[in-house]
Design a binder for this molecule. Structure first.
Ligand code: PLP
Length: 414
C-alpha cells in the first residue's frame, strides 16, 4: 500500500465498520436492541468500570456495548465515519441538534459560569441560552455575529466566569460568519489553571464540506444532523465532535440526560453519508444561480450569502479565512416590504416547500421573523437584523431554472 492519504469521500465507505463482525453484511445491519448480553459477569463488571469512569481503559481495550442509551453499534459506526471531513478525533450522536447543543453545554457549564454567544443563533438555541441556562444560574451574554476580536475580548477579559465562547457560523438566519480563530486566541489568552475556556461552533450551515472550524481552533463543533448530514428531511438528529477527551465528557452527559439517538436514525444518517458531499456541492451550485437572480431583481433590496461584497469587508475576509464554499442557504430582503409582502411571496411559490428546517434535497422557504425566530423579542430581532421583509431559503436539488422561474412569478405578485 502506498502512503497516499485517502480523501474523506473515500474514507467514509470503509472507516468504522468491519463486515466480518456482521455476517459479512456489506452495509451495517440495524442493531435494533435496547441491551447487550455479556458473556461472563466479569465482562459486565469491566464494561461498567469503563463506562462510569471507575477505571481507565487499558491499551487495546475499547468500551463494551452495554445499553443503547449509552452506545449502540449503529451510533458507533456513524460516529467513527462522520469525523472524516472535520478531522475530529471523536464524535457523539444525539437525538436532535438541540440535544447535542444542550447536552454539550451542560457538560461544561456549572452554576456561576458564563457563556458568551454570537447573536443571532437558531431560535431553539436562543431560547436555551436566554431562558433555560439562566435558570441554572449560568449567565449568557450575546455579542453581534461577526464581532471583532477586540469586541469579543472585552467580554472575556474582565470576567473570570466566562467558560464558553459559542459561535454559530454562519448565523441562522442572517448568514453572518463569526471569527473562530480570534475566539481561539482569546480562549488561549484567558485560560489558566483555574479555568479552561472552550470554543464551541455550530457548524450546521456549511459543515462539514465547506467549513471545518476545528482547523481554526474550535474545541467542539456542533451539528443539527437533521440538516445536511441526514439530507432528506426525514429524520431528526444532532452531532458533537472534538477531541476524545472532551467527547468522553459529552457522552457522560448524554448517557444521563438520555439524549442519545436510536439505531434506525443512525443507520439512515449512515446511508446519507455517501452522498453528503455531492449533495452539498450541487445544492451550492443551484444556490449560486438563485443568488445571481435575486441580486439582480428590482424587488429585492439585499441578499445575504457568504462572501458577497454587500455582506461587508470583514465578512468577506472571514469567509476567505474559514470557508471553502458558500453553501446553499440564502436570506434575502424585499424592498420596502413588511410581513404582508413576505407572506404574499411565500404563498405564491410553487416549488419550494413552505417549511422550517434546511439542508434537505428539496428547497424549503420560510419567514424567520414569524417562524424560526418568532420567540425573540422585537428588540432582540431588531438587534440581530431579523426583519419582517426577510425570507430564508434552503436550496435543494430541483432544477435551478425552475426555481428561478417560480421565484420570478412569486416576486411579481409582491
Ligand atoms: C444552526 C442550527 N443549529 C441547531 C439547530 C437545532 O437542530 P434540531 O432541530 O436538529 O434540534 C438548528 C435547527 O434548525 C439550526 O438551524
Amino acid at each position: 500500500m502506498s502512503h497516499h492519504s485517502v480523501k474523506p469521500q473515500t474514507e467514509i465507505f470503509s472507516k468504522g465498520y468491519d463486515p466480518q463482525r456482521s455476517e459479512g453484511a456489506a452495509i451495517p445491519p440495524v442493531f435494533r436492541t435496547s441491551t447487550f448480553v455479556f458473556r461472563k459477569a466479569s465482562e459486565g463488571k469491566r464494561a461498567f468500570e469503563i463506562a462510569y469512569g471507575l477505571d481507565a481503559m487499558k491499551q487495546g481495550e475499547s468500551p463494551a456495548l452495554i445499553y443503547t442509551r449509552v452506545n449502540n453499534p449503529n451510533s458507533e459506526i456513524l460516529e467513527d465515519k462522520v469525523t472524516a471531513w472535520d478531522g475530529a478525533e471523536a464524535a457523539a450522536l444525539f437525538s436532535s441538534g438541540m440535544g447535542a447543543i444542550s447536552s454539550t453545554c451542560l457538560a461544561f457549564l456549572k452554576p456561576g459560569d458564563t457563556l458568551v454567544f454570537s447573536d443571532p443563533v437558531y431560535g431553539g438555541t436562543e431560547y436555551f441560552f436566554r431562558h433555560m441556562l439562566p435558570q441554572f444560574q449560568i449567565r449568557t451574554i450575546p455579542f453581534p455575529a461577526g464581532a471583532t476580536k477586540e469586541d469579543m475580548e472585552r467580554l472575556v477579559k474582565n470576567d473570570p466566569t466566562v467558560k464558553v465562547i459559542y459561535l454559530e457560523s454562519p448565523a441562522n438566519p442572517t448568514i453572518l460568519l463569526s471569527d473562530v480563530a480570534s475566539a481561539r486566541e482569546i480562549a488561549d489568552t484567558y485560560s489558566n489553571d483555574k479555568r479552561r475556556i472552550l470554543v464551541m461552533v455550530d457548524n450546521t450551515f456549511m459543515g462539514p464540506i465547506f467549513q471545518q472550524p476545528l482547523k481554526q481552533g474550535a474545541d467542539l463543533i456542533l451539528y443539527s444532523a437533521t440538516k445536511f448530514f441526514g439530507g432528506h428531511s426525514d429524520l431528526v438528529a444532532g452531532i458533537t465532535m472534538g477531541s476524545k477527551e472532551l467527547i468522553g465528557q459529552v457522552k457522560v452527559m448524554r448517557t444521563i440526560l438520555g439524549s442519545n439517538s436510536d439505531p434506525d436514525t443512525a443507520w439512515l444518517i449512515h446511508r446519507s453519508l455517501g452522498t453528503l458531499q455531492i449533495r452539498m456541492e450541487k445544492q451550492q451550485e443551484n444556490a449560486l444561480k438563485l443568488v445571481d437572480f435575486l441580486r439582480a431583481h428590482p424587488k429585492v433590496s439585499k441578499v445575504a450569502y457568504p462572501g458577497l461584497p454587500e455582506m461587508g469587508e470583514r465578512q468577506v475576509a472571514l469567509w476567505k479565512q474559514q470557508c471553502t464554499g458558500t453553501g446553499s442557504l440564502i436570506s434575502f430582503f424585499l424592498k420596502d416590504g413588511k410581513e404582508a409582502e413576505a407572506f404574499r411571496l411565500l404563498d405564491a411559490v410553487q416549488h419550494p416547500k413552505l417549511a422550517v428546517s434546511l439542508g434537505g434535497i428539496e428547497t424549503l422557504i420560510e419567514h424567520p421573523y414569524t417562524m424560526t425566530h418568532s420567540d425573540m423579542t422585537l428588540e432582540e430581532k431588531h438587534h440581530a437584523g431579523i426583519t419582517e421583509n426577510m425570507i430564508r431559503i434552503s436550496v435543494g436539488l430541483e432544477d435551478p431554472d425552475d426555481l428561478i422561474e417560480d421565484l420570478k412569478q412569486a416576486l411579481d405578485k409582491v
